[in-house]
Design a protein around this ligand. Sequence first.
Ligand SMILES: [Zn+2]
Ligand SMILES: [Zn+2]
Length: 184
Amino acid sequence: MTYSGFYAHFEKIAMKQVRSLSFRNHQDIPDGDYAFMPMYCDDKTCDCRRAIIAVLQVSPEFRVGQVATISYGWEAMSFYRKWSHGMPEDMLKIFKGPALDYMNIQSPHAEALLESFITTALDAVYIERLKKQYAMFKHKQGMKMTPELLKLVGIYEPCPCGSGKVFNLCCGKKKFSERFGRRR
Ligand SMILES: [Zn+2]
Ligand SMILES: [Zn+2]
Protein backbone atom coordinates (compact mmCIF):
# COMPACT_ATOMS: atom_id res chain seq x y z
CA MET A 1 0.00 0.00 0.00
CA THR A 2 1.23 3.50 -0.76
CA TYR A 3 -0.22 6.62 0.80
CA SER A 4 -0.32 10.20 -0.34
CA GLY A 5 -1.16 13.37 1.46
CA PHE A 6 -4.67 14.83 1.34
CA TYR A 7 -2.97 18.20 0.67
CA ALA A 8 -1.36 16.79 -2.48
CA HIS A 9 -4.82 16.39 -4.06
CA PHE A 10 -6.81 19.05 -2.20
CA GLU A 11 -4.37 21.81 -1.34
CA LYS A 12 -6.93 24.57 -0.65
CA ILE A 13 -9.20 22.40 1.51
CA ALA A 14 -6.25 20.87 3.37
CA MET A 15 -4.88 24.29 4.31
CA LYS A 16 -8.24 25.24 5.82
CA GLN A 17 -8.68 21.97 7.68
CA VAL A 18 -5.25 21.26 9.14
CA ARG A 19 -5.08 20.55 12.88
CA SER A 20 -2.09 21.67 14.87
CA LEU A 21 -0.90 21.79 18.47
CA SER A 22 1.70 24.09 20.03
CA PHE A 23 3.98 23.07 22.86
CA ARG A 24 6.15 25.24 25.09
CA ASN A 25 7.97 23.79 28.10
CA HIS A 26 6.26 20.42 27.78
CA GLN A 27 8.03 17.74 29.73
CA ASP A 28 8.29 15.22 26.85
CA ILE A 29 7.82 17.28 23.70
CA PRO A 30 10.29 19.85 22.33
CA ASP A 31 9.04 23.42 21.83
CA GLY A 32 7.35 24.07 18.53
CA ASP A 33 4.18 23.83 16.50
CA TYR A 34 3.04 20.41 15.38
CA ALA A 35 0.82 19.92 12.34
CA PHE A 36 -1.17 16.74 11.74
CA MET A 37 -1.22 15.91 8.02
CA PRO A 38 -3.55 13.07 6.99
CA MET A 39 -2.60 10.71 4.18
CA TYR A 40 -4.80 8.09 2.57
CA CYS A 41 -4.12 4.91 0.60
CA ASP A 42 -3.68 5.35 -3.15
CA ASP A 43 -5.22 2.05 -4.18
CA LYS A 44 -8.61 2.86 -5.71
CA THR A 45 -9.80 -0.71 -5.20
CA CYS A 46 -9.01 -0.65 -1.47
CA ASP A 47 -11.67 0.56 0.99
CA CYS A 48 -9.44 0.49 4.10
CA ARG A 49 -11.17 3.37 6.02
CA ARG A 50 -7.98 4.55 7.61
CA ALA A 51 -5.79 7.63 7.77
CA ILE A 52 -2.05 7.71 8.22
CA ILE A 53 -1.29 10.97 9.94
CA ALA A 54 2.17 12.46 9.54
CA VAL A 55 3.09 14.70 12.46
CA LEU A 56 5.32 17.56 11.35
CA GLN A 57 7.25 19.68 13.80
CA VAL A 58 7.90 23.32 12.99
CA SER A 59 10.62 24.28 15.45
CA PRO A 60 11.00 27.81 16.87
CA GLU A 61 13.76 28.22 14.24
CA PHE A 62 11.24 27.19 11.54
CA ARG A 63 12.89 23.89 10.76
CA VAL A 64 10.31 21.36 9.59
CA GLY A 65 10.59 17.64 10.11
CA GLN A 66 8.37 14.60 10.49
CA VAL A 67 8.53 13.41 14.10
CA ALA A 68 5.75 10.83 14.32
CA THR A 69 3.36 8.79 12.18
CA ILE A 70 -0.04 7.85 13.56
CA SER A 71 -2.35 5.19 12.21
CA TYR A 72 -6.06 5.75 12.72
CA GLY A 73 -9.03 3.77 11.45
CA TRP A 74 -12.46 5.00 12.55
CA GLU A 75 -14.48 1.83 11.97
CA ALA A 76 -15.00 -0.91 14.60
CA MET A 77 -12.43 -3.68 14.99
CA SER A 78 -14.90 -6.10 13.39
CA PHE A 79 -14.73 -4.07 10.15
CA TYR A 80 -10.93 -4.39 9.88
CA ARG A 81 -10.99 -8.02 10.90
CA LYS A 82 -13.30 -8.78 7.99
CA TRP A 83 -11.53 -6.40 5.61
CA SER A 84 -8.05 -7.79 6.23
CA HIS A 85 -8.95 -11.48 5.78
CA GLY A 86 -6.97 -12.71 8.74
CA MET A 87 -4.40 -10.11 9.69
CA PRO A 88 -2.96 -11.06 13.12
CA GLU A 89 -4.82 -9.38 15.97
CA ASP A 90 -1.86 -7.32 17.27
CA MET A 91 -1.22 -5.94 13.76
CA LEU A 92 -4.91 -5.18 13.41
CA LYS A 93 -4.84 -3.16 16.61
CA ILE A 94 -2.12 -0.92 15.19
CA PHE A 95 -3.97 -0.71 11.89
CA LYS A 96 -7.12 0.51 13.58
CA GLY A 97 -5.29 2.71 16.04
CA PRO A 98 -4.95 5.39 17.15
CA ALA A 99 -1.44 3.98 17.38
CA LEU A 100 2.06 4.71 16.17
CA ASP A 101 2.70 3.15 12.79
CA TYR A 102 6.14 1.61 13.13
CA MET A 103 6.41 1.03 9.39
CA ASN A 104 6.88 4.80 9.19
CA ILE A 105 8.94 7.61 10.70
CA GLN A 106 8.96 7.97 14.49
CA SER A 107 11.11 9.98 16.89
CA PRO A 108 11.79 9.69 20.64
CA HIS A 109 8.86 12.12 21.19
CA ALA A 110 6.38 10.07 19.15
CA GLU A 111 4.70 8.39 22.15
CA ALA A 112 4.07 11.72 23.88
CA LEU A 113 2.77 13.23 20.64
CA LEU A 114 0.37 10.33 20.15
CA GLU A 115 -0.95 10.83 23.67
CA SER A 116 -1.51 14.57 23.09
CA PHE A 117 -3.13 13.81 19.76
CA ILE A 118 -5.61 11.40 21.35
CA THR A 119 -6.49 13.65 24.27
CA THR A 120 -6.65 17.04 22.54
CA ALA A 121 -6.96 16.69 18.75
CA LEU A 122 -8.91 13.51 18.04
CA ASP A 123 -12.42 14.74 18.87
CA ALA A 124 -15.72 13.97 17.16
CA VAL A 125 -15.40 16.90 14.74
CA TYR A 126 -11.95 15.80 13.64
CA ILE A 127 -13.03 12.17 13.21
CA GLU A 128 -15.90 13.29 10.95
CA ARG A 129 -13.43 15.41 9.00
CA LEU A 130 -11.09 12.46 8.45
CA LYS A 131 -13.98 10.32 7.21
CA LYS A 132 -15.08 13.02 4.80
CA GLN A 133 -11.54 13.60 3.57
CA TYR A 134 -11.14 9.88 3.01
CA ALA A 135 -14.32 9.76 0.94
CA MET A 136 -13.28 12.83 -1.10
CA PHE A 137 -9.86 11.36 -1.69
CA LYS A 138 -11.21 8.01 -2.86
CA HIS A 139 -13.85 9.68 -5.01
CA LYS A 140 -11.22 11.72 -6.80
CA GLN A 141 -9.10 8.64 -7.35
CA GLY A 142 -12.04 6.98 -9.04
CA MET A 143 -12.90 4.32 -6.47
CA LYS A 144 -16.27 2.65 -6.94
CA MET A 145 -18.25 4.40 -4.21
CA THR A 146 -20.84 2.83 -1.95
CA PRO A 147 -23.91 5.04 -1.30
CA GLU A 148 -22.62 5.51 2.24
CA LEU A 149 -19.29 6.92 1.02
CA LEU A 150 -20.91 9.00 -1.69
CA LYS A 151 -23.09 10.64 0.94
CA LEU A 152 -19.99 11.47 2.96
CA VAL A 153 -18.37 13.18 -0.03
CA GLY A 154 -21.40 15.36 -0.70
CA ILE A 155 -20.54 15.79 -4.37
CA TYR A 156 -23.38 18.30 -4.91
CA GLU A 157 -22.69 20.24 -1.72
CA PRO A 158 -20.70 23.48 -1.62
CA CYS A 159 -16.99 22.72 -1.87
CA PRO A 160 -15.22 23.01 1.52
CA CYS A 161 -12.52 25.20 -0.09
CA GLY A 162 -15.02 28.06 0.03
CA SER A 163 -15.25 28.77 -3.70
CA GLY A 164 -19.05 28.65 -3.69
CA LYS A 165 -19.10 26.01 -6.41
CA VAL A 166 -20.28 22.47 -5.73
CA PHE A 167 -17.57 19.97 -4.87
CA ASN A 168 -17.90 17.98 -8.10
CA LEU A 169 -17.23 21.07 -10.23
CA CYS A 170 -14.47 22.41 -8.00
CA CYS A 171 -11.81 20.54 -6.01
CA GLY A 172 -13.56 17.22 -6.65
CA LYS A 173 -13.31 17.60 -10.41
CA LYS A 174 -11.66 14.63 -11.98
CA LYS A 175 -9.41 14.77 -14.99
CA PHE A 176 -11.05 13.70 -18.24
CA SER A 177 -8.83 10.60 -18.40
CA GLU A 178 -9.83 9.54 -14.88
CA ARG A 179 -13.49 9.90 -15.61
CA PHE A 180 -13.70 8.15 -18.95
CA GLY A 181 -10.56 6.05 -19.07
CA ARG A 182 -7.71 6.49 -21.52
CA ARG A 183 -8.46 6.45 -25.20
CA ARG A 184 -6.48 4.03 -27.22
ZN1 LIG B 1 -6.45 1.16 1.38
ZN1 LIG C 1 -13.07 23.65 -4.08
